[in-house]
Design a protein around this ligand. Sequence first.
Ligand SMILES: Nc1nc2c(c(=O)[nH]1)N[C@H]1C(S)=C(S)[C@@H](COP(=O)(O)O)O[C@H]1N2
Ligand SMILES: [Mo]
Length: 549
Amino acid sequence: MRDEEKDQRVRPGRLRLALGALSGVLAGFAALAVAELVAAGVRPQSGPIVAVGGASIDATPAAVKDWAIRHFGTDDKLVLQLGILAVLTVLALALGALAVRWRRTGAVGVLLMGAVGAAAAAGRPDSTGLIDTLPSVVGALAGALLLYALTGRLTAARRPAASERAAERGEAAECGEAAAGPPVSESWDRRGFVLAAASAAAASAVVGAIGRTLNASQGRDAVASRDRVVLPPAGSPARPVPRRSAPRVPGISPFTTPNSSFYRVDTALVVPKVDATAWRLRVHGKGVRRPADYSFDDLLRRELIERDITLTCVSNEVGGPYVGNARWTGVRLADLLTECGVRPPSRGGPADQLVARSVDGMTLGSPVEDVMDGRDALLAVGMNGEPLPFEHGFPVRMVVPGLYGFVSACKWIEDIELTTFDAYDPYWVKRGWARRAPVKTQSRIDTPKPFARPRAGTVMVAGVAWAQHRGIDRVEVRVDDGPWQEAHLAAEDTPDTWRQWSLPWQAASGGHTLTVRATDRTGTVQTSRRTGTIPDGAGGWHSVVVTVD
Ligand SMILES: Nc1nc2c(c(=O)[nH]1)N[C@H]1C(S)=C(S)[C@@H](COP(=O)(O)O)O[C@H]1N2
Ligand SMILES: [Mo]
């Protein structure tokens, strides 16, 4: 005992500090592995990394979030989780090194990190209560105990053999360590440490792997429920897509974006897997004279309509990729609302905002007037002929032509509340985005790509233009500072979809800037004024610089 106390007070050598840091990382690894296993028993979203990640997403300022979406796209979530792991690793290294000298303090540090995870888990909007803190709490306990045990091996008093003492001295000399204390201070249970560390690492790997597997197998009921969905034929099919007159230009966006390449923007670190057979949608709130509750089958039994609608994200920069066009199948939202006794403000209804809530606690607010003005606002169950993919909101999501996704396109929806814009600010509005956000008239050059080197002669310039629910009337292209030339527009499908356009260009060699602008049906010309994506969508013209060889 005497020895141990003295030992702990003596300044530890570099090797022991390094092994302490390693113990910290092993403790962190064990904590996460145990948390993963416990989360499998609670719910996958309750794990500390997902909880802290979700909390960071919510706490991230609008500008940073918007930047992350633009720069990492769907990978923003991976980048965030790697970032959290990196921070955890640094903290674990530091706590481990600290614990070589102050064992208890190190262990308490691990518990504090667990407390942060627990607080994040309990505070998530989809938290199911205190039980969500279990993974962080149990994981931290395991990590703290392990750190305490491992660093105990690093300080354990043991009468060192003469040879070991010699080795210690040699080691200290090698590290350039000045003789800070008597050589006996570096005596510790090497074999015991190595054994304990190796078994802890192996046990964590096994526990973590079991937790992973269990978590991955969750949502099996949801997957099965999706596999069983048979979408009934639409009572009101989409218009046949008119024969495109510009579909053959290589590099132009296809009219219909396949599900596999449809952009994805949301705050969900774990894609919600909802069992359609257990799903319900509640409609309630201000002026809802007959509040109601619908099952998935209730929706499928109604008349389904099928519509081509282009969806755009407010975070899409000029020329950006967060826009796609799909054939959505669903029920008419306005009919459902009318059935519940909802009246739009123009007919005396008291609620002007429809707040949609998802199973993961996201809230999106749309103008009731827009949703009920006769446009094809949908509760969608199908996307391009199949049940919604999980990433895009299975079993049901909203789609409203003409509004940016963040004010309309709630995925994994489970609740619709009628309220007012004065009374409630949904998720994105609380973070600096606009309350009302109709899609801006925009156009994009798909081909040639920026910095392409086409050969002199005829070069096809082509792309897409959108002004959902108003419709695109004209697209013009300008080469350098030349005159605007009218591009050829593919026949219009509906005003709710984008239109492909193309223009053959007689390209002369040298550097050139191609610029595009669109005009919508209201006569509004796409503004040249460059504005950022916050608060209500980017404005400005898309330009591409090419060098003609
Ligand atoms: N539940 C939920 N729904 C959501 C979001 C979200 O973060 N959570 N993001 C919205 C935003 S900002 C957009 S642009 C669209 C994107 O839909 P997509 O991922 O299917 O393309 O979903 C909307 N619906
Ligand atoms: Mo968005």
